[in-house]
Write a protein that binds this ligand. Sequence first.
Ligand code: PRP
Length: 213
Amino acid sequence: MITLALSKGRIFEETLPLLKAAGIEVLEDPETSRKLILPTNQPGVRVVLVRATDVPTYVEYGGADLGVTGKDTLLEHGGQGLYQPLDLRIAKCRMSVAVRADFDYASAVRQGSRLAVATKYTTIAREFFATKGVHVDLIKLYGSMELAPLTGLADAIVDLVSTGNTLKANQLVEVERIMDISSRLVVNQASLKLKQAPIRAIIDAFAGALSES
Ligand code: PRP
């Protein structure tokens, strides 16, 4: 049995065409089914639905043989024990720094001020500001980051930006782009050895579909 870990939403939706290229069709819709293990048209392949941040953990410990996860999640996890054969170029967005429109970020940085930064992505934020030589106090949040500068909890946030609509709706402005984000295929290293042929077939089919797009 080959088990693929996916998260609901954009990653699930955008992985479906790649699965199709590998001859795999998921037989239930996660938006209507409450099942966490979804069968496919191939008796030897199943999909498990996990929280986006849990995908690398499932694959690392062999709860799934392979998974699809954002570069953001992978960097926060650390990537240990994971083979990362492909950038799938799906679920694209960017990791950025944003502040209230009335906060002068450039001059705060120039003056060497200590910044309070709220984020779910503490590893990425720590590394980014350390490289810039900016002193920060990181405040770990699990969601609704946009609220932090509006309530005085933080000067800035580090968060994912896609259309920019969430920032705009909360009167925040993007002041730095840290990195582009897309989703990666990750594979358990033991699975790759023990189930080499079927896993290679999936990797090759995904790679083929990507080269055509
Ligand atoms: C992300 C991110 C922003 C939003 C940005 O949240 O945290 O809130 O999307 O998208 P936009 O630029 O198109 O408005 P997501 O919906 O992934 O959920 P999360 O809050 O659980 O991270």
